[in-house]
Design a binder for this molecule. Structure first.
Ligand code: KIV
Length: 303
């Protein structure tokens, strides 16, 4: 049981709704999320799609690439995100080698994101080479979001995280990948790290929504890694990232102040303490118990 909370006004974002958004010219917003608290924050902000990306390997685990991330790890984070989400559409990212070995393994893994992770769809990186697998997963009733252009799981084949489709021949290959993924039945397509005009050409050429990251303004939607958007990765400043907050700096300042106050004996003051033991015969209510009740009321599942 994943425990996703009911949508506030009965209108969760669905696969058909995302298709309609493209047809209506309504732009789609997507960010990555890896835990219930961030999921809740983005859901509250009205973000349409939460991607539990394998980027968690880099921003949560501190790895150099997404390659070490496992299916079990993404599913663990999916469950947390699903619990924090009411309205947004939750997508689980299929990590490196989770779909390439065999169609059976791909299908079994894809199914786990929905049945164990509480996601509503999976995403997988790949173009023409992935089309048959996408078709198989879609036929099993599992919505698939594609991902072409700069595909981080192919970092070694690409020789680094490099913009793709820069020459006419390379652009034709990316277009071909995008069409193959759409024809295989994917319901949406991430376009990562490609020239602006190529992203526009793909967006015009296929019926499913394109969601860009480093692909310019002409896609049907945009996605950012949430740690980048919130300014939690201070040493990274790729051209396509706009930081909408400086959480890292604010976090350092807050932690520094806390540590200064603890060292100076300022925190915790009486305001943050439970007072002294009452010197009477009758037993007073256990402070710890009411604290548990207060925490449940503040953070526990809402009815
Ligand atoms: O893993 C991820 O975060 C992604 C996005 C960058 C699209 O695939």
């Amino acid at each position: 049981m994943t425990g996703r909370r009911p949508a506030p006004n009965g209108r969760p974002v669905t696969v058909p709704r995302l298709g309609k958004m493209k047809r209506d010219g309504e732009r789609i917003t997507m960010v990555t999320a890896y835990d219930a608290t961030f999921a809740r924050l983005f859901d509250e902000a009205g973000i349409d799609v939460l991607l539990v990306g394998d980027s968690l390997g880099m921003v949560v685990q501190g790895q150099d690439s997404t390659l070490p991330v496992t299916v079990d790890e993404v599913i663990y984070h999916c469950r947390a995100v699903a619990r924090g989400t009411r309205r947004a559409h939750v997508v689980g990212d299929m990590p490196f080698m989770s779909w390439q070995i065999s169609a059976e393994e791909a299908l079994r893994n894809a199914a786990r994101f929905l049945s164990e992770g509480g996601a509503q769809a999976v995403k997988l990186e790949g173009g023409v080479d992935a089309a048959a697998t996408i078709e198989r997963i879609v036929h099993a009733g599992i919505p698939v979001m594609g991902h072409v252009g700069l595909t981080p799981q192919s970092v070694h084949a690409m020789g680094g995280f490099r913009v793709q489709g820069k020459t006419e021949a390379a652009a034709a290959r990316v277009l071909c990948d995008a069409k193959a993924v759409a024809e295989a039945g994917a319901y949406a397509l991430v376009l990562e790290g490609i020239p602006t005009d190529l992203a526009q050409q793909i967006t015009d050429a296929i019926d499913i929504p394109t969601i860009g990251i480093g692909a310019g303004p002409h896609c049907d939607g945009q996605v950012l890694v949430c740690y980048d958007l919130l300014g939690l990765t201070p040493e990274l400043k790729p051209k396509f990232v706009k930081r909408y907050a400086e959480f890292f700096e604010q976090g350092v300042a807050a932690a520094r102040q806390y540590s200064e106050e603890v060292r100076a004996g300022i925190f915790p003051s009486a305001e943050y303490s439970f007072g002294n033991v009452k010197k009477s015969e009758t037993e007073a209510p256990t402070p710890g118990l009411s604290l548990v009740h207060d925490l449940r009321a503040a953070y526990g599942p809402k009815g």
